[in-house]
Design a protein. Structure first.
Length: 95
């Protein structure tokens, strides 16, 4: 990797890290009275590509549930997103 590519990646990481902050809605129930846990996080991670696409055109769809139970929801979401990548990567042809 070139030094300029590494510099660009580091700057992009710092920019994205600057957007991160605490989730003040964690461990609080949503309007429906539910708190998303591991299984809902797994589901949301699995449908994240579709939810992202829909969120570009509608206000009622979001990619990540802010009313969650914290670490377990995050683990489920991460596993769901990683499973998407594995499924898509398995279908790619090697040349």
């Amino acid at each position: 990797m070139k030094k300029s590519s590494i510099l660009v990646l580091c700057l992009a990481f710092l920019l994205l890290a600057g957007c991160a902050g605490p989730n003040t809605a964690a461990h609080t129930a949503s309007a429906g009275g539910t708190i998303a846990g591991f299984w809902r996080g797994l589901w949301h991670g699995g449908i994240a590509p579709f939810a992202f696409f829909l969120s570009l055109f509608t206000n009622g769809v979001s990619v990540y549930e802010v009313h969650n139970n914290g670490v377990w929801y995050n683990w489920g979401f991460l596993i769901g997103v990683l499973a998407d990548g594995c499924v898509c990567g398995a279908g790619a042809k090697k040349r």
